[in-house]
Design a protein around this ligand. Structure first.
Ligand SMILES: CC(C)(COP(=O)(O)OP(=O)(O)OC[C@H]1O[C@@H](n2cnc3c(N)ncnc32)[C@H](O)[C@@H]1O)[C@@H](O)C(=O)NCCC(=O)NCCS
Ligand SMILES: Nc1ncnc2c1ncn2[C@@H]1O[C@H](COP(=O)(O)OP(=O)(O)OP(=O)(O)O)[C@@H](O)[C@H]1O
Length: 218
């Protein structure tokens, strides 16, 4: 049976609530369970700001990023529905690091601006920033006060994404190869949720325990 403990690497005094809402960075490799954890945190009262979701909005029909993407990658990057052709772009950028960096160069500044806007409008609730590439970004690490990493084995990542998104094993492994290794993510964590062999009920309990420790006043 795989270990299912939450490892709190550092803890911070629970008594004095921070003057400004706590900013938590939530990260993990593809398919680790970030969105599942983010939904649980939202249910507990967090203001979740999801960078994947913002990225999808920027590339939906009429999205602000589409002109720059079409100019850089050509009209074939845009599908018949007027949105980014995600399957086309996925094959392109996860096979070619330079192309991925070019796409990131267009999207990341726009995502960052929208994150700021949403965070400013989020009121008093603790913020949870769901950022797949947090370990890769010093910018992000400097902007959060706690880092929560959702971790699981690469085999579990592959199985989950193949099942959830009907991607080929090869595609999932190519995405994993373009992301920070698990050890690098764990090294920056204030807490790690080991989301392997864990029921959704047990996961919810771990998330709630962590939330009560970090945000006792929320
Ligand atoms: C390549 C794209 C079109 C693929 O879209 P698709 O719908 O298939 O996947 P989706 O956006 O849901 O992302 C799924 C997962 O892929 C991984 N992923 C996405 N972008 C990246 C990236 N640039 N580098 C490494 N992994 C990534 C993350 O784990 C993410 O959770 C899309 O991911 C994209 O536009 N990526 C660039 C923007 C980006 O860096 N997003 C990450 C959040 S800031
Ligand atoms: N403990 C668990 N038990 C069962 N299924 C799980 C568990 N954790 C996550 N899953 C499932 O695994 C899949 C991937 O989880 P999720 O979408 O939360 O991952 P993610 O890290 O947000 O992925 P991505 O990086 O692709 O956005 C989903 O179908 C989710 O329901």
């Amino acid at each position: 049976m795989t270990s299912t403990t939450t490892t709190t690497v550092t803890t911070t005094a629970a008594s004095a609530p921070p003057a400004t809402p706590l900013r938590i960075g939530l990260t993990g490799g593809i398919g680790s369970g970030k969105s599942t954890v983010a939904a649980l945190l939202a249910g507990l009262g967090a203001a979740v700001i999801d960078t994947d979701a913002i990225s999808r909005e920027l590339t939906a029909p009429g999205g602000a990023a589409l002109p720059a993407i079409a100019a850089r990658f050509g009209p074939e990057a845009i599908g018949a529905d007027g949105a980014l052709d995600r399957a086309w772009m996925r094959q392109r950028v996860f096979a070619d690091a330079a192309a991925r960096q070019q796409l990131e160069g267009i999207l990341h500044p726009m995502i960052g601006a929208e994150v700021q806007r949403r965070s400013a409008a989020a009121g008093a609730a603790p913020r949870v920033f769901d950022v797949p590439l947090l370990a890769e970004s010093l910018h992000w690490r400097e902007r959060v006060q706690r880092i929560l990493v959702v971790d699981c084995s690469e085999e579990t990542q592959v199985q989950r994404v193949m099942q959830r998104s009907q991607w080929s094993e090869d595609t999932v492994r190519r995405v994993i190869a373009q992301q920070a290794p698990r050890a690098r993510r764990r090294a920056i964590a204030d807490a790690v949720i080991h989301n392997d062999g864990l029921s959704l009920e047990a996961l919810a309990l771990e998330v709630e325990t962590l939330w009560r420790g970090w945000c006792p006043a929320a």
